[in-house]
Write a protein that binds this ligand. Structure first.
Ligand SMILES: C[S@@+](CC[C@H](N)C(=O)[O-])C[C@H]1O[C@@H](n2cnc3c(N)ncnc32)[C@H](O)[C@@H]1O
Length: 462
C-alpha cells in the first residue's frame, strides 16, 4: 500500500463532535488516518475523541492503542490472509480488518460478534462488496490461527512485534540490550507520577495515597517519582487539580534534577510542549524556596502550546511562553542570554514506543536523518543564546546514537566554546546510576516496570 497524501472521502480530516458513533467506527477513522500518515495516534485521538460518547472513550483508546501496539503481527497476519493487499482507496477496509483481527486475537469479544461487527463495518463504509471477503478472511483466521502464527513466527516483525528495520537498528547499536528494549517497548508503561516537592514531600504524599488504598513504590532514580502499582484516573490523585502531583515518566523527571535551577537564574525550555519538564523546572525552583527564577518556554506548535498553558495553570506557575521555531532566533530571542537551557529536541521517540505505538506503523529509517538535521540546527542556534559559563542539557527520548552521542560528538567537534560536563555538575547529590555511559552523555533504555528510554548530555559554555 502506498501511503501518500491523498485523503479518502470517507475519513474527513476535521470531524464533527456528534458523540453518536460507536468506538469501533471512530477507531476505523483513527487507524485509517494513521495508516495514511495523516497524523500521530495522539493527535488523531485528540481530534476524534469527542465523536464517541464519554463512556465509550476507553474502548476507543483500547482499540486504537491495541491495533498500533500489535501492528507488526496483525499486519503480517492480514497480508498472509489476503490474496491481494487492499488498494490505497480502501485503506479504511484494511483498518477494519486489523481491528477485527485485534478483537479476535487480543480481546474478550466473542468470536462471532467480532466477525459480525467487522462485516457490518464494511456496510457502514458503503463497501458492501467487501463483506464476503471480510467474512471469509476472518473465518479462515478463526480456523487456522495457530498454524498461521507458527508459519509467520520466523519473521522478525512477528517474533519481536516490531518493524524489521527497527529490530535491526536496535540489534546493531545495542545487541546486549535488545531483549530489554523489545520487552519494555511492547508492554504497557507503568503509571509514574511526580510529586510537587515544593508543596509536599514524596514520603507524605506516598502515605496519603496509601490511606486511599493506592499502593506506590518510590522511583529509584528521581527523588520526586512514585510508581503506582495499579494505574488510576488522575482525578483520584489527591491535590491533582491544585498541582500537588503530575503524571510524568521517571527518566523525564531527571531533566529538572540535572539542571537544578537556582535563585535569580534565567532559564530556557527550548522545545517545551506539552510542558511536563517546564512545570518541573518551576517546581524545582520553588522547592528551593525561590521564586525569582525566570523561565522562557519556546514551542513550535501552537496547539501544543495550549497544553503548556493548561499544565502551568494547574500547577499555579507562570512563564514566558513563545510560539516559535527555536532555531529562528530573530523570531523569539531578545538578545538576553540564558544561564541554563533545557533542549528536549524532537526525535524518533524510539525510547517511548510503548507510549506512542503508532511509531511501529509510521516511523521510517529516513526519519532519523531528517531529525538529526533538525536537531543540529536547533542545537547550534540555541547554543548562541546561552551565556558564557552557562549550562545546556541536551535530551531526547530516542535510542538512536545518531540523535544522541553522535549528535553531541559532531557538535563538540565544531563548537570550540562547548565542553561536556558530568551530569551531576549542577546537583552534587544526584546519583547518576541510570542507564549506561556512552561516548558522550548517558543512554537510558526503557524498563518494563520502570522508566522510559532517554538520553542526556550536559554541556557547558566556556
Ligand atoms: C520531545 S517534545 C518536548 C517534550 C517536553 N519537553 C516535555 O517534557 O513536555 C519536543 C517538542 O519540540 C517541539 N518542536 C519541534 N520542532 C521545534 C522547533 N524547531 N522549535 C521549537 N519547538 C519545536 C515539538 O512540537 C514538541 O512539542
Amino acid at each position: 500500500m502506498n501511503h501518500d497524501n491523498s485523503f479518502p472521502s470517507n475519513t474527513s480530516q476535521s470531524s464533527k463532535s456528534t458523540g453518536q458513533q460507536s468506538a469501533r467506527q471512530v477507531a476505523i477513522k483513527v487507524i485509517t488516518n494513521i495508516l495514511l500518515q495523516q497524523g500521530s495516534l495522539s493527535t488523531q485521538l485528540a481530534r476524534h475523541q469527542l465523536d464517541v460518547a464519554s463512556e465509550h472513550a476507553p474502548m476507543l483508546k483500547e482499540l486504537c492503542f491495541g491495533v498500533c501496539r500489535q501492528y507488526p503481527r496483525l499486519n503480517s497476519i492480514a497480508l498472509h490472509l489476503l490474496a491481494h493487499p487492499f488498494e490505497e482507496k480502501d485503506t479504511d477496509l484494511y483498518a477494519v480488518l486489523l481491528l477485527g483481527l485485534y478483537q479476535l486475537t487480543y480481546m474478550n469479544t466473542p468470536d462471532h460478534a467480532a466477525v459480525n461487527e467487522t462485516v457490518e463495518a464494511c456496510r457502514i463504509l458503503n463497501k458492501d462488496w467487501a463483506t464476503k471477503l471480510m467474512n471469509a478472511v476472518l473465518r479462515r483466521y478463526q480456523r487456522e490461527a495457530d498454524d498461521i502464527v507458527e508459519i509467520l513466527e520466523t519473521q522478525p516483525s512477528v517474533e519481536f512485534n516490531m518493524p524489521k528495520w527497527l529490530v535491526k537498528r536496535f540489534n546493531k547499536h545495542w545487541p546486549e540490550h535488545l531483549e530489554e528494549i523489545i520487552e519494555a517497548s511492547n508492554t504497557h508503561p507503568p503509571m509514574c507520577i511526580r510529586v510537587n516537592e515544593s508543596l509536599v514531600s514524596r514520603e507524605t504524599y506516598k502515605e496519603q495515597l496509601l490511606d486511599l488504598g493506592i499502593n506506590t513504590e518510590k522511583g529509584e532514580f528521581s527523588d520526586s517519582a512514585l510508581y503506582l502499582k495499579n494505574a488510576v484516573r488522575v482525578g483520584e490523585l489527591p491535590g491533582f487539580d491544585d498541582g500537588y502531583v503530575s503524571v510524568q515518566d521517571e527518566a523525564a523527571q531527571l531533566s529538572a534534577h540535572i539542571l537544578s535551577p537556582k535563585a535569580g537564574e534565567k532559564v530556557l525550555d527550548a522545545c517545551a510542549a506539552p510542558g511536563g519538564k517546564t512545570g518541573h523546572l518551576l517546581e524545582k525552583a520553588n522547592s528551593a524556596g525561590l521564586s525569582s527564577m525566570e523561565l522562557t518556554a519556546v514551542e513550535l506548535e501552537s496547539w501544543r502550546m495550549e497544553k503548556i498553558e493548561s499544565n502551568l495553570e494547574r500547577l499555579g506557575y507562570s512563564a514566558q511562553l513563545i510560539c516559535a521555531d527555536a532555531s529562528d532566533l530573530d523570531a523569539w530571542w531578545d538578545g538576553e542570554h540564558f544561564d541554563k537551557i533545557l533542549l528536549d529536541v524532537p526525535c524518533t521517540a524510539t525510547g517511548v514506543i510503548r507510549r506512542n505505538p503508532d511509531i511501529k506503523i509510521n516511523r521510517k529509517p529516513a526519519d532519523i536523518d531528517d531529525l538529526v538535521i533538525i536537531q543540529r540546527e536547533i542545537l547550534n542556534k540555541v547554543w548562541t543564546t546561552l551565556k558564557s559559563g552557562g549550562f545546556m542539557l541536551y535530551a531526547t527520548c530516542s535510542l538512536m546514537p545518531e540523535e544522541n552521542e553522535q549528535q553531541i560528538q559532531h557538535f563538540l567537534a565544531n563548537q570550540e566554546d562547548a565542553k561536556e560536563v558530568a551530569l551531576n555538575s549542577l546537583a552534587a547529590d544526584l546519583a547518576v546510576e541510570w542507564g549506561i555511559p556512552v561516548s558522550h552523555g548517558r543512554q537510558l533504555f526503557p524498563q518494563a516496570n520502570g522508566h522510559d528510554g532517554f538520553y542526556y548530555c550536559l554541556l557547558q559554555k566556556a
